[in-house]
Design a protein around this ligand. Structure first.
Ligand code: GDP
Length: 295
């Protein structure tokens, strides 16, 4: 139902024009349609409502109703407004310190380990950095192996300590190792859980307090819809993260979670994951995501 939103709007406006009585009420009806479409794209209700209210004011202000192609103009207004709500422009990582410490947080299965590998690869190949990956998931030996495999694939060193079950110690050892070896970025992969729990939050908060990361990136599966928003809020309340990574956008989700998360936690989305391969990582561009959400 989300295909060709613009055509749909053009049709809706044609009908309105044909009636010869274009009123604010007609516009309100159209906004209702748009709101429905946004909800279908996983945008939460409050965000969709604020958005359509703002678009309505702009649409009336810009004489959409009397323009030659109201659907097209309205789509442009919506696109611009959506992009603005998602931050307007792309937000860069803060890489000014040496070594820059980046903490990766999120639930199990969100794509943290995969993203850690992708990020290291991106920083190496696109930004000319010398990253070190640190395997901090002490509960899942498989996660450590997974990171080591990704490190081998991308030619990036991985620090692991299979003897230790202490994520804080491992993080600090990793940072020391980076300083010794001249790595200017340290990426700390951490343990996730199936759901948010107090113990996990305490543990990652302790890693933050000790490792003092320059960036804390919260990784979340875009396919999880409203849950993604709730998880983002819980992590942000505890960690005050610096950016969001939306993964699995190669699936058939519209990516409305991007808009909802930004509006709920007000933190920039910095990257999107678009596949399992190490190259499947993109910088987040709000205008591109706006077009995707609008379909
Ligand atoms: P973690 O538990 O948070 O470390 O999650 P993983 O990195 O192990 O990822 C969980 C699963 O999701 C793995 O099968 C990954 O290959 C897959 N995955 C991660 N990112 C993406 C993505 O952007 N697109 C797709 N399609 N799969 C992804």
């Amino acid at each position: 139902m989300f295909e060709n939103l613009q055509d749909k709007l053009d049709r809706a406006f044609k009908v309105l024009k044909g009636q010869g009585s274009i009123t604010e009420i007609n516009v309100a009806e159209t906004m209702k349609e748009i709101r429905k479409a946004l909800l279908d794209a996983d945008v939460n209700y409050k965000t969709a409502k604020t958005f359509t209210d703002e678009v309505k004011v702009k649409a009336l202000g810009q004489n959409v109703l009397t323009s030659v192609s109201p659907g097209q103009l309205l789509t442009k207004i919506m696109n611009d407004e959506l992009a603005e709500l998602m931050g307007g422009t792309a937000t860069e990582l803060n890489l000014t310190t040496n070594p820059t410490v980046i903490l990766i947080a999120g639930l199990n299965g969100a794509g943290k380990t995969t993203f850690s590998g992708k990020l290291a690869n991106y920083l190496k190949t696109q930004k000319g950095r010398k990253p070190l990956l640190v395997a901090g998931d002490v509960y899942r030996p498989a996660a450590i192996t997974q990171l080591q495999v990704l490190g081998e694939q991308t030619g990036i060193p991985v620090y692991a300590n299979l003897e230790s079950k202490d994520p804080i110690a491992i993080a600090m050892e990793g940072i020391a190792e980076a300083k010794r070896n001249g790595n200017n970025v340290v990426i700390l992969d951490t343990a996730g859980r199936l759901a948010i729990d107090e113990e996990m939050m305490n543990e990652i908060a302790a890693v933050k307090a000790n490792a003092k990361p320059d960036e804390i990136l919260f990784v979340v599966d875009a396919m999880t819809g409203q849950d993604a928003v709730n998880t983002a809020k819980a992590f942000n309340d505890r960690l005050d993260f610096t950016g969001v990574v939306l993964t699995k956008l190669d699936g058939d989700t519209r990516g409305g979670a991007a808009l909802s998360i930004k509006s709920v936690v007000n933190k920039p989305i910095k990257f999107i994951g678009t596949g399992e391969k190490m190259e499947a990582l993109d910088v987040f561009y709000p205008d591109r995501m706006a077009s995707r959400i609008l379909g």
